[in-house]
Write a protein that binds this ligand. Sequence first.
Ligand SMILES: *[C@@H]1O[C@H](CO)[C@@H](O)[C@H](O)[C@H]1NC(C)=O
Ligand SMILES: *[C@@H]1O[C@H](CO)[C@@H](O)[C@H](O)[C@H]1NC(C)=O
Ligand SMILES: *[C@@H]1O[C@H](CO)[C@@H](O)[C@H](O)[C@H]1NC(C)=O
Ligand SMILES: *[C@@H]1O[C@H](CO)[C@@H](O)[C@H](O)[C@H]1NC(C)=O
Ligand SMILES: *[C@@H]1O[C@H](CO)[C@@H](O)[C@H](O)[C@H]1NC(C)=O
Ligand SMILES: *[C@@H]1O[C@H](CO)[C@@H](O)[C@H](O)[C@H]1NC(C)=O
Length: 455
Amino acid sequence: MADSSSVVLYYLSQPRSLRHFYFIPTTLALATSLLILFYISSTSNLFAHHHHHAHSIPQLLLNISSSYTPFRVEAHLKADGAQVIEGQRSPEQPQLGSNGNYVNNKAVFHDRHIFLEDYKEMKRSFKIYVYPHRQDDSFANALLPVDSEPGGNYASESYFKKVLMKSHFITNDPTKADLFFLPFSIARLRHDPRIGVGGIQDFIRDYIFNVSHKYEYWNRTGGADHFYVACHSIGRSAMEKANEVKFNAIQVVCSSSYFLPGYIPHKDACLPQIWPRNEKPPDLRSSNRTKLAFFAGGINSPVREKLLQVWRNDSEIFAHFGRLTTPYADELLGSRFCLHVKGFEVNTARIADSLYYGCVPVIIANYYDLPFADVINWSSFSVIVATLDIPLLKKILKEISSDEYLRLQSNVLKVRKHFQWHLSPIDYDAFYMVMYELWLRRGFSTVPLSNFETS
Ligand SMILES: *[C@@H]1O[C@H](CO)[C@@H](O)[C@H](O)[C@H]1NC(C)=O
Ligand SMILES: *[C@@H]1O[C@H](CO)[C@@H](O)[C@H](O)[C@H]1NC(C)=O
Ligand SMILES: *[C@@H]1O[C@H](CO)[C@@H](O)[C@H](O)[C@H]1NC(C)=O
Ligand SMILES: *[C@@H]1O[C@H](CO)[C@@H](O)[C@H](O)[C@H]1NC(C)=O
Ligand SMILES: *[C@@H]1O[C@H](CO)[C@@H](O)[C@H](O)[C@H]1NC(C)=O
Ligand SMILES: *[C@@H]1O[C@H](CO)[C@@H](O)[C@H](O)[C@H]1NC(C)=O
């Protein structure tokens, strides 16, 4: 039987011959280095005078990733001409700029056409098998979807599962499944007195042991066509005793920092952290954005300390630490930019909060694999600022012209539907977008078993 690392290699290189295996880690390492370089050069004003310097780098990435077929995300690096996803395909084609790269300043999607075609196919054909558990299972609380409506800071995890289980994506026939869902809830296990933070690693190890002995599907790929979903960052350490989950399975998590071990970009996917809201988004035209920027939160990281140190007495950048005395929504409606600043983790619900209230998010969280970043262009509706540049924050924000601001804000209104949960999902909402990310990572369950037996 193949060990897990050779399964991973097999899985990445399935159409190729054996000697090509060794290129895969090298290519991945090279691509990762380039991504980091690209990230630094495109986010730090200390390294680049304007964004334009970074534009030649995605081209390099395209060339490298075109030899890397398993995930289709590379196609989304191309720019495309459209502004909205509903309605007809845009008649404009991407245009080549003088620097040889595609240009379209209004694009929210990297490639809207590919996205729309893929999305349609995803909705039509994608099938998920969920390991079944009975209502009287002693861990039904962690394995079955919650009855109540999910709420709170980590609601994304429960929302996803609840909506998935009722969706047309579910199949009871594992032979028809593209992917297998491991339905354990990290948030519920964490609060279960029988498990708790201390017992969660053993629970996951035992769960995988049970599933891999009772069913044949895990062993076929070492878990590569399996996924789990977690929003609390405890999920990261929860996989410590289940290496195959960490290295092979698709981890859909809110804490998608590619700086920390345990999250593997491209294989894993970011789950957006969203505070659920049922009301219709507020009427933004009536809002009155008199403040330049706003932040509220505790000081639980060096990044926030830095923000406090530099901006705490500023008359334009309002950084509140500790309890707010004004309603949070009013602050988000009254500011032009809303700061998302890394705390314990790269992720918080603040990005989705800002989008909901029509505030342009400013992301100060290095190494955050942002939600849906392979599909939507974050630079078209947010401002990404490297931690090093906190002292330059006011300068960076003030250099954004009012036309540019209006463009960012109108794109905020276009993307915010991707950052909302609905118990009955609505096209392009957070649920379907996460399904789409999973769909991009499918396609390995068809590997003939004999391929593995020979390795
Ligand atoms: C990448 O590919 C494009 C198109 O095939 C080509 O024009 C360009 O020179 C390549 N860039 C590098 C760095 O290889
Ligand atoms: C993303 O949007 C920015 C700002 O509109 C634009 O400059 C950049 O070219 C876009 N990138 C891609 C890959 O479409
Ligand atoms: C694994 O299976 C055993 C035997 O059926 C059961 O007692 C145990 O609760 C299961 N553990 C998990 C984590 O599923
Ligand atoms: C899966 O592999 C494990 C470890 O090699 C083995 O013990 C188990 O029986 C296999 N499961 C099935 C269903 O064959
Ligand atoms: C915006 O706020 C300012 C100051 O609070 C107030 O004077 C002005 O009337 C408000 N404008 C609108 C359109 O609400
Ligand atoms: C902000 O104000 C406090 C108290 O008024 C003062 O101690 C502190 O030095 C000021 N900080 C900055 C960065 O100006």
